[in-house]
Design a protein around this ligand. Structure first.
Ligand code: FAD
Length: 614
C-alpha cells in the first residue's frame, strides 16, 4: 500500500451502526435485528468480535444477576446497592432499567450454550455473592459474539473507528463514522441513521504500576483506549462523572480477580503484621465522609482508603489470608479455576514468584486508576432515560440517546450507572438498540447528508502520521528518537506520566488539588499540540496513534471534571487535597461537561441527582 495512493475507500451504508463489538455492542447488534427485521445493521470492531473487549479471556462470574425468578433480589435492591457503593450518586432511572431487564439476558446466554454453575441442592444458579453467579466462562465472549454475528447484516472486524460524522442537513444530528482497517489500511466511511457507541472504557491513561516489559500487566485490558468517550466528546455530547475513575484492590502484579476469594471462599485481609486493620481507620474515614462509612456493604472506595492508609502508616504489605480456605480441597480447586477461565496470568505470576496460596498469603495492591462506566464506577455519556421512570430533566428523546440526535450508547459508554458489568452491559446494549430502531423508524424517509469534504479532510488527518514517519525517518540513521516526529509509545508515556503526577495517580497516592490539575491541563495542552507530529511506522502504529488521541481526549475530560468537583467524594479512588471532605451540601450532584470542537472550550455544569427509589 502506498501512503496516499493505492488505498481503497470502502463505503458502507447502514440504518444502525454499532461501534465496538464487546458485550454492549453484541447486545445492541442482536437486539437491533429483533426490532428491526428489515433494517441494515452493521457492527464495526477494531479487533475481532470473537475475542474482543474486556471479556476476551472469559469470565468466571456474571456480576449482575437479580435472580427474580427465585425471588432472590428485585431491581430496586440493585439500585440501592449501586447508589450506596457510589456514595449516593447514580442515575437511578438508568440503573433500574438495566436491573429489570438483566436476568432475561443471562437466560439467553444459557440458552446459547454458556455453562452455568448450579447449586446442587436448590438447582438455582450458584451464587458467588448477592449479585454474582458463577459460570464456566472461558467461552463467554465467543458465545455472545455468535448471536451478534447471526443478527448483523455485516460485521466489520479490524476497523479502528477514529471519528463520528455529523449530518449536514440538520445541526447536532449524527450521520455515521470513519475509520481504517488496521490490516489492509483501507479507509472506511460508514453512513448511518443511528449510531450506538459501545467502544469500551480506558486503561493506560494513568501510568501503570508495571512498566517496561511488564506494561501490559494492568488490571484493565490494555486495548481499552477510551474510544467510547473520545468519539462522543469530539462531536459535543455531554459527559458525566468523568472524575469518578476506578482503582481496584487486586492480587499484586497479576491483578487476578478477588471477588470469588472474598465472597465464595470467605477469605479476608490483614496487614504485614497479621493484624486486622480496617476498623482502625473508622474514625479517620468518618471524619472525611460522615455517615457513609456506616453503610452496608462498606463502599468499595472506602475499603481502598483503609488499605492505602494502613500502607502509608508503614504497616504493609496488605495480604489476603488464603492459607485457611485453601486447606479445603474444594475451595482450593475453586481458587485456581477462578483464574483459569479469566486471568491465567495470575497463576503464572504466582508460579514465577514462588507463591502457593495454600502456604503463603498473597499480597494485594491497588491498581492505577482507569475510567469506565460499567464496573464499580460510572463515568460516561449523559443519556436520556426510560420513558416510564426517568424524571423529566433526564429525558429528552429516546432511551440511551446522548445529547446528540441519533447517537446512542451502552456499557462503559453510558455514565451514571455503575455495576452493570458484563450482563448489564449486554442488556443495556439491547435497551439502546430497541430505542435506536424506533428512532430510525421515526426518521422515515428523511435523508441524511454526509459531507464528502468532511470525510476526505478526515482521511488526510487520519493517515498523516504515516507520512510524518516516512519523511522524518530520513533524518536519523538509527534509534527511535527523531527531531521531527513523536512515536505513539513516547506520547503514551508522556500522557501517563502527567496524569499520574498531576491528576491523582499512584505516584502521589491518588492525591491531587486545583494547582496540580491546572498544571496537568497545561501539560495536556502541550501534548495535544504535539499530536500533529505523531509518526507511525506502520498500520499497527497508526492504530496506536489514534488510540492515544482517544486516550488524550478522555484524559482531558477526566482532568476537567476532577477540577470542577470541589470535594473528595470517593476517598480511595482519588483525593482533592484542597477539599478533603465529602460535601453533600454543594456536591450531591452530577458533573456534566460539553466540549466544543470549534473553540476547544469545555463548558462545565451541575445536574441534580434524583432519587426515585426510597
Ligand atoms: C479486568 C476486568 C474484569 C472483569 N470481571 C468481570 C466479571 O467477573 N464479571 C462480570 O460480569 N463483568 C466483569 N467485568 C466487566 C465487563 O467486562 C464489562 O462490564 C463489559 O465488558 C463492558 O462492556 P462494553 O461493551 O462496554 O466494553 P467491552 O466489552 O470492553 O467492549 C468494547 C469493544 O469496543 C471495541 N473498540 C474499542 N475501541 C474501538 C474503536 N475505536 N473502534 C472499533 N472498536 C473499538 C473493543 O475492541 C471491544 O470489543 C470485568 C471487566 C474487567 C476490565
Amino acid at each position: 500500500m502506498g501512503l496516499f495512493g493505492g488505498r481503497k475507500t470502502v463505503f458502507v451504508d447502514a440504518d444502525i451502526l454499532v461501534i465496538g463489538g464487546g458485550m454492549a455492542g453484541c447486545g445492541a447488534t442482536y437486539e437491533s435485528r429483533y426490532w428491526g427485521r428489515d433494517l441494515k445493521i452493521v457492527c464495526v470492531e477494531k479487533a475481532n468480535i470473537e475475542r474482543s473487549g474486556a471479556v476476551a479471556q472469559g469470565l468466571y462470574a456474571i456480576n449482575c444477576y437479580m435472580g427474580m425468578q427465585w425471588g432472590e433480589n428485585q431491581p430496586e435492591d440493585h439500585v440501592r446497592y449501586a447508589r450506596n457503593d457510589l456514595m449516593g450518586l447514580v442515575r437511578e432511572d438508568l440503573g433500574y432499567d438495566i436491573a429489570r431487564h438483566v436476568d432475561a439476558s443471562v437466560h439467553k446466554f444459557e440458552e446459547w450454550g454458556l455453562p452455568m454453575m448450579r447449586d446442587p441442592k436448590t438447582g438455582q444458579y450458584q451464587r458467588e455473592g448477592k449479585w454474582q453467579i458463577m459460570i464456566h466462562g472461558e467461552s463467554y465472549k465467543p458465545i455472545v459474539a455468535e448471536a451478534a454475528r447471526k443478527a448483523a447484516t455485516g460485521v466489520y472486524n479490524r476497523i479502528m473507528v477514529t471519528h463520528l460524522l455529523m449530518d449536514q442537513s440538520k445541526a447536532n444530528r449524527i450521520a455515521g463514522a470513519v475509520g481504517f482497517n488496521v490490516r489492509t489500511g483501507d479507509y472506511h466511511v460508514f453512513r448511518a441513521k443511528a449510531v450506538i457507541v459501545c467502544a469500551g472504557g480506558a486503561s493506560h491513561i494513568f501510568k501503570p504500576r508495571a512498566v517496561g516489559e511488564g506494561m501490559g500487566r494492568t488490571w484493565y485490558a490494555p486495548w481499552s483506549s477510551g474510544s467510547c468517550y473520545a468519539l462522543p466528546i469530539q462531536v459535543g455530547a455531554k459527559m458525566t462523572q468523568m472524575e469518578n475513575r476506578i482503582v481496584l484492590t487486586r492480587f499484586k502484579d497479576g491483578y487476578g480477580p478477588v471477588g470469588a476469594y472474598f465472597l465464595h471462599l470467605k477469605t479476608y485481609t490483614q496487614n504485614g503484621y497479621g493484624e486486622e486493620y480496617e476498623k482502625r481507620w473508622y474514625e479517620d474515614t468518618k471524619a472525611l465522609v460522615g455517615e457513609y462509612v456506616d453503610h452496608h456493604p462498606v463502599p468499595t472506595c472506602l475499603r481502598n482508603h483503609a488499605l492505602l492508609k494502613e500502607v502509608a502508616a508503614g504497616r504493609g504489605p496488605i495480604r489476603m489470608v488464603t492459607k485457611e480456605a485453601f486447606q479445603d480441597p474444594h475451595k482450593e480447586t475453586v481458587g485456581w479455576e477462578n483464574f483459569l477461565g479469566m486471568t491465567i496470568g495470575q497463576a503464572v505470576v504466582w508460579a514465577s514468584q514462588n507463591i502457593d496460596p495454600k502456604h503463603i498469603n498473597p499480597e494485594l495492591t491497588t491498581s492505577e486508576p482507569y475510567v469506565m462506566g460499567s464496573h464499580a464506577t460510572c463515568s460516561g455519556a449523559w443519556a436520556s432515560g426510560p420513558e416510564d421512570c426517568a424524571p423529566a430533566d433526564y429525558q429528552w428523546g429516546y432511551n440511551r440517546m446522548m445529547t446528540v440526535d441519533g447517537l446512542f450508547g451502552a456499557g462503559d459508554t453510558i455514565g451514571g450507572t455503575a455495576h452493570k458489568f458484563s450482563s448489564g452491559s449486554f442488556a443495556e446494549g439491547r435497551i439502546a438498540a430497541k430505542a435506536a430502531v424506533r428512532y430510525v423508524n421515526d426518521l422515515g424517509k428523511t435523508q441524511l447528508q454526509v459531507s464528502e469534504q468532511e470525510y476526505r479532510d478526515l482521511e488526510k488527518v487520519i493517515y498523516q502520521p504515516l507520512e510524518n514517519y516516512r519523511v522524518g525517518r530520513n533524518e536519523i540513521v538509527a534509534g527511535t528518537v527523531s527531531p521531527s516526529y513523536l512515536l505513539p509509545i513516547q506520547g503514551l508515556q508522556r500522557l501517563e506520566q502527567l496524569m499520574d503526577e498531576y491528576v491523582g495517580g499512584i505516584s502521589t497516592n491518588y492525591m491531587t488539588n486545583a494547582v496540580m490539575l491546572n498544571r496537568g491541563l497545561e501539560l495536556l495542552t502541550m501534548l495535544k499540540e504535539d499530536m500533529s507530529s505523531m509518526g507511525a511506522e506502520d498500520l499497527h502504529q497508526l492504530q496506536r496513534t489514534w488510540e492515544l488521541q482517544h486516550r488524550l481526549l478522555a484524559s482531558e475530560s477526566v482532568t476537567r471534571h476532577t477540577l470542577f468537583r470541589q470535594e473528595t467524594r470517593w476517598p480511595g479512588y482519588y483525593y482533592r487535597g484542597d477539599h478533603m471532605k465529602l460535601d453533600d451540601e454543594n456536591w450531591h450532584c452530577f458533573t456534566l461537561s460539553r466540549y466544543d470542537r470549534k473553540t476547544g472550550e469545555w463548558a462545565m455544569e451541575k445536574a441534580p441527582v434524583h432519587h426515585i427509589i426510597d
